[in-house]
Design a protein around this ligand. Sequence first.
Ligand code: NAP
Length: 555
Amino acid sequence: MSSLQQNTRETGAESVREFDAIVVGAGFAGLYQLLSLRELGLSARVLEAGDGVGGTWYWNRYPGARCDSESYYYSYSFSDELQQEWEWTERYPEQPEIMRYLNYVADKFDLRPDIQLETRVTEARFDEDANRWEIRTEGGERFFTQFLITAVGCLSAANVPDIKGLESFEGDWHHTGGWPHEGVDFTGKRVGVVGTGSTGIQAIPAIAEQAAHLTVFQRTANYSVPARNAPMDPEFQEEVKENYGEIRRKQRESINGHPFDINEQSALEVPEEERQATYEAAWETGGLQFRAAFSDLVVNKEANDTASEFIRDKIRDTVEDPETAEKLTPYDHPFASKRPPIDTGYFETFNRDNVTLVDIKSSPIEEITPKGIRTTDAEYELDSIVFATGFDALTGPLLNLNIRGKGGLSLKEKWSDGPRMYLGLQTAGFPNMFTITGPGSPSVLTNMPTNIEQHVEWISDCIQYMRERGLDHIEATVDAEEAWVEHVNEAADRTLLPLAKSSWYLGANVPGKPRVFMPYAGGLGTYIQKCDHAAAKGYEGFDLTSRAVAAERQG
Ligand code: NAP
């Protein structure tokens, strides 16, 4: 019998369900959190808006969708059996392969009975008297739970730009983060793609191959490094499996959760010829490890300039039309100060006869007309528009849950000047609520499954600690939160990341969103040490109590 059946009681027309823990979201984070809570013996339920597991990967199925981290480490490490038996087919897994993997995990660990699909959470409210959360869903269900764990992902609230006239468009339009499951056939169509972040850079070459004509509307030019995707080499896969212990250790001790080595030399300490040869070799290897070509590319502007200029030269060499090449060349931010996209034939796509680049920084979009997109310069007739315009990152998915903590304070009010969390795990005033990869944790600056696993295990250990001591209430203190927010800002300021003024790390892509650097840039290894240190000191920075004992003392 599943815990759903065990914990359901019917009250009139309404069904009310009680659990020890409710987890919101069935992606990488929600699946592992469910398993981990089950192992503690807790009754737990995952509520998921989609009609399948997969989270961000469930929604992002646009053409060309592929992971930018390598398959052998963009995966769970918690089960050696799983990592030994699963066979990846490519260097970077395509979206359908990640979906097969996550579905396999759901089946292997028999997770489905405790996952409730097509259940969108619309409200969560902390009841101080009862010391529990009440959760409501779009379908009118109510749940009560001691622990609320959000596993909603960082990039799951689509940012559809508010452009005048969209509703008048006679063709079809889609945001990449909510792609139709049946796919979209662009054959013979005139397609416009708005946005040239990681998503646009993946989708543009794939759409160009199908469409009659593709017009790319670019606001900010971006750096991109070739992915060099290839079928997985069976010998390499074997080697990885034999060395997983070491690979996973390296990931957890690294800055970004990737197991590759960072060159210890500064880009500025080697002669020009050697520097260029190092970049050439990194370019040939491809992928996110281009950042590891030298030790200081993300912290020293002068060092970074050498990498940025190397990539600019590659763009000029690749794109045949000098005017198009110039438009595609980024000058406004240092390489890797935004999440660096990796691509398969992105710059080459602009050499195709059926592709046009429109610079909407110099000629902004004025409106969408029934026939297409009109900029200050011209009207572009289109049959389909694709918005690769990113996400209301990190905070958007949490705020969409309409969470209210102590005293009825809403998370929206509390975070009106930007997110405030302690360790990215809890926010003061919202007891017994944990967030997996929340603002203030390394999250999007890392290989996500690594940070997710660390968070899940930390949360489960914390709950176990509480249960062993008869504690039922945990809340980050305001002092710990303030100190952590300050530390997050200092860590960002030690890097070049805040220099990218149009970055979603800063919330700059969403009009009206507070400009606050959200992820923790101090490195995953350092971050894990800080979390472990807090736990070892009896969850320093958190108030842990037993409500019954507290009430007795008061009475
Ligand atoms: P993004 O990096 O935020 O890029 C959005 C693009 O849309 C930018 O070029 C932005 O221009 C443009 N844009 C936004 N609003 C606009 C507007 N109103 N008018 C015109 N242009 C507008 O979003 P993303 O490409 O979806 O990527 C987000 C993150 O998702 C990535 O950084 C990465 O972490 C993750 N991701 C991962 C993978 C992977 O693993 N394979 C793939 C895709 C995405 P501005 O730069 O001027 O704001």
